[in-house]
Every structure is written in C-alpha cells, then in structure tokens.
Design a protein around this ligand. Structure first.
Ligand SMILES: C[S@@+](CC[C@H](N)C(=O)[O-])C[C@H]1O[C@@H](n2cnc3c(N)ncnc32)[C@H](O)[C@@H]1O
Length: 205
C-alpha cells in the first residue's frame, strides 16, 4: 500500500478553485471559461479596462485570437497595457471603433462575444453603450458565432440610459427563435431590481 505524505496528498488532490459568484461579471467569466478554448477566435465588444479581454486572451492562448473593441482611446490604451503586462497581447487585435462595425472586422466562426455594457469605470460616465448600436452589434454577433458558441452580455439597468438599454436587449433576446438560439437571463435575487445581471445566448446551429 502506498502512503502519501500529507502535503503530497494535498498537492495531488486539492479541489479546483471555487469562484465566488459576486455579481454578473463573475458569472459571465464562469460561462466564458466553459465555452472558450485554446485556439478559438472570440470578441470583446467593450474592452474598457481590460478585465474581460485579459480572461479571453488567457483562454484562447497564443494560437487564438481576441478582437477587442472600444470607442475610447483611454480604454484601448489601458487594455493594451494590461495585456502586455500579462504577456498575452500577441493574440489580441484592438479596434478603436463602435462594436456596431463588428462584422466589418471579424469573420464568422467565433466561439464567444462578450459585452459589458454601460460606461468605463473610472472614466467619462456620459460615454455609454446605447440601445441602437448595442442591438446592432448583438445581432451581428449572432451571425458570427459558430454553432454552440455564445454571446455573453452583462447589463446595467441602474445608470442613466441603462434602463432603456437593458429593456431593449431583454426584448431582443426574448424574441429570438428558440430552436436556433438558447437565450438565458440570470440575475442575483437578493439584490435590488436595478442591480446588473447576465444574459447569455447560445447559437444552436
Ligand atoms: C462597462 S465598460 C466595459 C468594461 C470592460 N469589459 C472591462 O472588463 O473592464 C463599457 C465600455 O463600453 C465602451 N463603449 C461604449 N459604446 C461603445 C460602442 N458602441 N462600441 C464599443 N465600445 C463601446 C465604453 O467606452 C466603455 O469602455
């Protein structure tokens, strides 16, 4: 019989890290980890400060591609710095333009498209995502997805302009053909109604 020393046993059998699901971004990341694999092409439709871009770049690895959009040079610069510092800028292509131009830059066959709506944290709160351009980009994202791929949207009803935007995204997602797309809305229940929540749409075929 083999006897393992305690620290060896802990190293071999330590449980996987359990994520704390505090807010919809954590839930979004949990889902992205399931759907995105090395070598995939993915899109960050709102790169902002780079949290989502960094996760996506790590998941696709050096053989994959992340297309990162933002309208603000501040966001593009911040995310570029962050990715370079983490050593995974090589797989990221930055587009300083609205995500409503997504289909002009990205080809079909994408594993995931992430949207984190609203304003740049720490930046100009009047520069927000808007219903018309968000819906155009979400629709383009569906056409770019490969079968089984997903669009992940973190929506923020609580800020000025956020209410009409989240209502528009909800209505759009709810109207998608259920055989072609699986649309989910996930929100934490023990928080105010205006708290951010997560929408996920999987392309069936
Ligand atoms: C909540 S922040 C994104 C946070 C980011 N995902 C992160 O991990 O730090 C929303 C971003 O959307 C950007 N934005 C607003 N309108 C946009 C548009 N039409 N296309 C692309 N980005 C847009 C803003 O400039 C802002 O940086």
């Amino acid at each position: 019989m083999t006897i393992l020393l305690p620290f060896v046993a802990m190293t071999l059998f330590s449980p996987p890290e359990i994520p704390l699901l505090r807010g919809p971004v954590a839930l979004s990341h949990l889902m992205l980890r399931q759907f995105v694999h090395p070598g995939d092409t993915v899109v960050d439709a709102t790169c902002g400060n780079g949290n989502d871009t960094l996760l996506l770049a790590e998941l696709v690895g050096a053989t994959g591609r992340v297309w990162a959009f933002d309208i603000q040079s501040e966001a593009i610069c911040q995310t570029t710095r962050r990715l370079a510092h983490a050593g995974c800028a090589g797989q990221v292509r930055f587009i300083q333009a609205g995500h409503e131009t997504m289909a002009e830059h990205v080809s079909a066959g994408v594993a995931a498209v992430a949207f984190n709506l609203g304003y740049l944290p720490g930046g100009d709160r009047t520069l927000i995502t808007r219903p018309e351009t968000t819906l155009s980009a979400c629709q383009q994202a569906l056409t770019l997805l490969k079968p089984g791929g997903m669009v992940a949207v973190t929506a923020y009803p609580g800020h000025d302009g956020g209410d009409s935007e989240h209502a528009a995204v909800d209505a759009w997602a709810a109207a998608l053909a259920p055989r072609a797309f699986h649309a989910w809305r996930m929100g934490q229940m023990n928080v105010p109604d205006t708290a951010p929540y997560f929408i996920m749409i999987q392309k069936a075929f």
